[in-house]
Design a binder for this molecule. Structure first.
Ligand code: SF4
Ligand code: FES
Length: 377
């Protein structure tokens, strides 16, 4: 082992030693989904039902998560309601005092099941909305009568007394509907509306040219959202996530690598972020190792934990405690170097790549969607 490797090892061990417990868990229960949205953040290689963890292993993972200090679990997918053991998971988590949030496309839910999940202790539902126009909604999810079904499900959620967040991913095909989306959220008595620009990982990265909106339209949307946020203070909580491609500084992706969030994939692989498999790292599986050992000692978790791994310009930047150098997955995807500053940062020598990608993606008519599909790697 040479000197620099020794220093690197000491730095990583000290980062692991100073790590606190994860506060949140993203549990991707399945990759199966009746919708096929082209911006899905699931990996291109989608897992089949036979590869998923069984009920007992998920229950063990949830119990370990509660021991570890996890306070909230986001039950996601794919479409998590396709797991018939979802009620068991919610009950087990609720009995440990863990807050549960179901992230769903909604089309598979019935009023009875929503009521059952509420009775099991479910705390919150986050319902996705593809578009406010029925035709565009069906086109995005490649699913008929999607909007109609979602509106019915939203009402059932409120009738069951559950808090509702409407989650509206924004892109080139629906960005001009923002005003109507806000009105809809008010009519449905949603507690929260998330208008989040698509993040370009997984299927979204493959469909980037079809989805990325132009700069002027984003500016118009930002003004609409800004005005609505002010006007609706105390009535509707609006979260707005802007696109990285027109940013000056990056977002603190995941709130910092392996800092607050732990993700488990359908087959049990444990990741520091949902897109981490795009990086050249080795990942442990909850089938083989205790969750605590993976969180504190896992190679992938300690690789970018803390600030010591950074190189310039991040290393000496006053913002490094604010954005943690941005997103590792985006840095690697665009520069080939996972330690590079996120190119969304104007201080990055690769910042020009963002503008170039955006310019070429928005210069012509959007290409057809490549729909997410199991078995289509
Ligand atoms: Fe963030 Fe690094 Fe850019 Fe500083 S140089 S703002 S730490 S990405
Ligand atoms: Fe992986 Fe940002 S999505 S670090």
């Amino acid at each position: 082992m040479d000197g620099s490797t020794t220093i690197e090892t000491i730095e990583r061990v000290s980062a692991a030693a100073s790590a606190g417990p994860p506060l949140g868990m993203l549990a991707e229960l399945t990759h199966r989904c009746p919708l096929q949205c082209p911006y899905c953040s699931n990996p291109i290689h989608l897992l089949k039902a036979a590869e998923e963890l069984d009920t007992t292993t998920w229950l063990s993972a949830f119990s370990q998560a509660a021991e570890l200090g996890v306070l909230q679990v986001h039950l996601s997918g794919g479409e998590p309601t396709l797991r018939q053991d979802l009620e068991e998971f919610v009950s087990a988590l609720a009995s440990r005092g863990v807050y549960t949030n179901l992230i769903t496309a909604g089309v598979t839910l019935t009023a009875e099941r929503i009521k059952r999940l509420a009775d099991c202790g479910l705390d919150h539902i986050q319902l996705s909305l593809q578009a406010i126009d029925p035709e565009i909604s069906d086109k995005i999810g490649n699913y008929k009568q999607s909007l109609e079904r979602k509106l019915t499900v939203a009402r059932w959620i409120r009738e069951a007394g559950l808090p509702l967040t409407l989650n509206a991913p924004t892109h080139r095909h629906n960005i001009r509907q923002t005003r109507a989306v806000i009105e809809l959220a008010l009519n449905l008595e949603a507690d929260r509306l998330e208008i989040a620009h698509v993040q370009y990982y997984g299927w979204a990265a493959r469909n980037r040219a079809a989805l990325l909106p132009d700069y002027e339209t984003v500016l118009d949307e930002a003004a609409i959202v800004g005005e609505a946020k002010e006007r609706l203070k105390g009535v509707l909580n609006i979260d707005y996530v802007t696109p990285d491609y027109y940013a000056q500084f990056p977002k603190p992706c995941m709130g910092g690598w392996a800092k607050d969030v732990i993700t488990i994939k359908p087959e049990g692989k444990v990741l520091p972020c949902h897109a981490a498999e795009s990086l050249p790292l080795a990942f442990d599986n909850v089938r083989d190792k205790p969750l605590a050992a993976i969180w504190y000692g896992g190679e992938a978790f300690n690789r970018f934990r803390g600030l010591e791994w950074m190189k310039e310009p991040c290393r000496s930047c006053p913002r490094k405690d604010i954005d943690f150098g941005g997103c590792r997955c985006q840095a690697f995807a665009l520069t080939g170097d996972a330690e590079a500053a996120d190119p969304a940062c104007s201080l990055s020598p690769h910042h020009h790549l963002m503008a170039e990608v955006a310019k070429s993606a928005t210069a012509s008519a959007p290409p057809p969607f490549v729909y997410r599909r199991i078995g289509q790697a």
